[in-house]
Design a protein around this ligand. Structure first.
Ligand SMILES: O=C(CO)[C@@H](O)[C@H](O)COP(=O)(O)O
Length: 225
């Protein structure tokens, strides 16, 4: 089973202090930083693009930028994000007709490729071929576009379905995930946990990061049913 990874969503952070907040998260125990790139078209919100990512990459040595591309034309930004230092490029299944082509292009730029599904997309939309070609599968547990939303429970069985088909892949969950909801995600087989509000809004962020990691490690240590 892949290792536990906590990827704080910087959407909930103080954008003016982005590099400092990313540095703090790494010090507090985060493996990755989840960078929410929104284009105002695929989702009803605009956040940041390659120039900001490049600046964060420069200011935070060793950062693994887990770039969640909530954009309409995922192929269009691959070069820019690679040049900015992106490590993982996760695009939405709903935004392309050629997921395998997008995955190939991401790999050609030496980034890991993730494919995301929104709450209304079934996990079975990700074929065995597409899933095997990707490095990570992202199950959105809120509708993409904003931080601070309520976790949607009905998305959890999709994690289990994907874990059964892809035992070696990273499976990420994102949206409304925190100490109260991480357990069901980890039990279903998710090992990459994105949390924004739950970490950035906490009185003790390192404790929350540890709690999320423990939930994944505990679920993985349980004997298979
Ligand atoms: O991409 C998104 C939402 O579109 C997520 O990354 C959220 O930003 C996570 O924030 P919380 O739900 O944990 O506050």
């Amino acid at each position: 089973m892949p290792r536990a990874i906590i990827s704080p969503s910087v959407l909930a952070s103080d954008f003016g202090q982005l590099s400092a907040e990313c540095k703090r998260m790494i010090k507090d125990g985060a493996e990755w930083l989840h960078m929410d790139v929104m284009d105002g078209h695929f989702v009803p919100n605009i956040t940041m693009g390659a120039p900001i990512l490049a600046s964060v990459h420069k200011g935070v040595p060793g950062i693994f930028m887990d770039c969640h591309m909530m954009v309409s034309e995922p192929e269009r930004w691959i070069d820019d994000i690679a040049d900015a230092g992106g490590a993982m490029y996760t695009f939405h299944f709903e935004a392309t007709r050629n997921p395998s082509t997008v995955i190939d292009k991401i790999h050609k730029r030496n980034m890991k490729a993730g494919i995301a599904i929104s709450p209304d997309t079934p996990s079975t939309a990700i074929t065995d071929e597409v899933g095997q070609g990707a490095d990570m599968l992202l199950v959105m547990t809120v509708y993409p576009g904003h931080g601070g939303q309520k976790f949607i429970d009905r998305c959890v069985p999709k994690v289990a379905e994907l874990r059964a088909r892809f035992p070696e892949k990273d499976i990420e969950v994102d949206g409304g995930v925190g100490p109260k909801t991480v357990g069901v995600c980890a039990d279903a087989g998710s090992n990459v946990i994105v949390a924004g509000t739950a970490i950035f809004g906490a009185a003790d962020p390192p404790a929350v990061i540890q709690e999320l990691k423990d939930a994944v490690n505990t679920a993985q240590a349980r004997p298979a049913k």
